[in-house]
Design a protein around this ligand. Structure first.
Ligand SMILES: [Fe+2]
Ligand SMILES: [Fe+2]
Length: 138
């Protein structure tokens, strides 16, 4: 996968969440780049662990913000998060068992983050933090 750049189009109009998304993409890019360079599976497994930990941290924080703001689609959004968490955990086990990281998984993960931030996270941004819906602060 080519490097995924955070762009203004990904902004959810919330500074801390934007910062976390940037850090997530950074961790993903580091992992993908190391895989592309043919680094050993143990190193990739460790990097994936960091990505998994930070993913959980981010999801927890994001869900807290959305719950506090009474986001109407919170349950569906949480389900999407749980699905990725399960996938990441299963994939890490696979990496340890097969001692390799597949191109398919890297592509899946890159695509997941890009589309989640650009589509699903945008949904809450539009409904909660959009600058043109009044005078509230984020
Ligand atoms: Fe999300
Ligand atoms: Fe997010």
């Amino acid at each position: 996968m080519p490097t995924i750049q955070w762009t203004q189009a990904m902004s959810v109009q919330h500074d801390e969440l934007d910062r976390q998304h940037q850090h997530l993409l950074e961790l993903y890019n580091k992992f993908d780049d190391a895989a592309q360079r043919g680094r050993g599976w143990r190193e990739l497994h460790t990097m994936l662990g960091e990505l998994e930990d930070y993913t959980r941290e981010h999801f927890g924080f994001e869900e807290g913000v959305l719950a506090a703001a009474r986001y109407e689609d919170l349950e569906h959004h949480c389900n999407l998060h749980r699905q990725l968490e399960r996938k990441l955990a299963a994939f890490r086990e696979e990496v340890a068992a097969d001692r390799r990281v597949t191109v398919e998984f890297r592509a899946f993960l890159g695509y997941w983050w890009q589309s989640h931030i650009l589509e699903h996270d945008q949904d809450y941004a539009k409904s909660l933090f959009s600058a043109d819906d009044g005078d509230h602060e984020t």
